[in-house]
Design a protein around this ligand. Structure first.
Ligand SMILES: NC(=O)c1ccc[n+]([C@@H]2O[C@H](COP(=O)([O-])OP(=O)(O)OC[C@H]3O[C@@H](n4cnc5c(N)ncnc54)[C@H](O)[C@@H]3O)[C@@H](O)[C@H]2O)c1
Length: 286
């Protein structure tokens, strides 16, 4: 059985552990957290997962490494030096990082050609996307291998041609979130109404067609050319940006609408994951 070392057993690492184990991999899960054995017992019951307190020991003999530790550059530098030393040439060292660039992570590392980003969307075991991002020194062989591994796991791996802060998914999300905050701050719409608006329109649309496919269909039989000449030509307004000094009102409004706390979080995650599974299932049937 192929062995994957997953480094970090937080929100993202546990998602990866479920995904790889269900995909037939032997998982070595590394995290110094004192409750790791308990977590493996409770949350990964019945899966082929072994707990390790140290990353190097977990990575020994691994065929693939998926890192999901804390988002600090100095930490990743030390960790990737350890992972490079513990693994054979050719073994991909993939970081889940959302904000660090692969070239930054690989700086000074002897295995820079094997380091890349395999960036999931939360929850990592359910969301199909993995952005596969090369650094300046990443080899084509490492990129090909990562694409193959994520594809075989049933994910939708998307290969970026080169790195850029935020990659693609989070850059798009930032534009959308900033505009959402701006509209609520301006008193145009309540936060919860904006959520309902998105779920009833763009969210549903984008589960079936992407922005460009949507633009092409939006133009009718003449496609995107017609859309750009017609409706698109009138969309010339400035969209504004959030007022950073008024973020407190957003926090308060979202808090009032949805609440917080452990129990509330568990209910929210369960409802989100159930709906996501149902949508994926429905899309699979087509
Ligand atoms: N949370 C998200 O939505 C999200 C989405 C995509 C990518 N990411 C990325 O995934 C990575 C992990 O994020 P997270 O949200 O799971 O963080 P998290 O804080 O939930 O988990 C990090 C885990 O790393 C562990 N850790 C600390 N030192 C370690 C060491 N020496 N060896 C092994 N494990 C160690 C911690 O104990 C913790 O359990 C980050 O790089 C983040 O940018 C997060």
């Amino acid at each position: 059985m192929a062995k994957v070392a997953i480094v970090g057993a937080g929100v993202i690492g546990l998602g990866w552990a479920k995904l790889f184990a269900r995909g037939g991999w032997d998982v070595a899960l590394a995290d110094p957290r004192p409750d790791l054995d308990q977590i493996v017992h409770d949350e990964l019951a019945g899966l082929s997962v072994t707990a390790y307190p140290e990353a190097g020991a977990a990575a020994d003999g691994a065929d693939y490494v998926q890192e999901a530790g804390p988002e600090r550059l100095e930490f990743k530098h030390e960790l990737f030096a350890e992972l490079a030393a513990a693994t054979a040439d050719g073994v991909v060292l993939a970081s889940s990082s959302s904000s660090l660039l692969p070239t930054q992570i690989a700086q000074g590392c002897s295995a820079a050609d094997r380091i890349l980003i395999g960036h999931p969307f939360n929850p990592a075991d359910l969301m199909p996307l993995v952005e596969v991002v090369p650094g300046e020194q990443t080899s084509t062989a490492a990129m090909d291998r990562a694409m193959q591994v994520y594809g075989d796991l049933g994910k939708t791996p998307i290969r970026l041609q080169r790195e850029i802060p935020g990659f693609v998914g989070n850059r798009l999300q930032k534009v959308f979130n900033d505009q959402s905050i701006y509209l609520v701050q301006q008193g145009i719409i309540a936060a919860k109404d904006l959520d309902d608006l998105v779920k009833a329109s763009l969210g549903l649309r984008w589960a079936t067609v992407g922005p460009f496919e949507g633009m092409n269909l939006g133009g009718g039989p003449a496609g995107i050319r017609h859309l750009m000449e017609n409706v698109g030509s009138q969309m010339t307004f400035e969209i504004g940006s959030p007022d950073k000094s008024k973020m407190g009102m957003i926090v308060q409004e979202v808090d009032n609408a949805y609440g917080n706390g452990e129990q509330n979080y568990e209910q929210g995650v369960t409802a989100r994951d159930d709906k996501t599974r149902k949508i994926l299932h429905a899309l699979d049937e087509n």
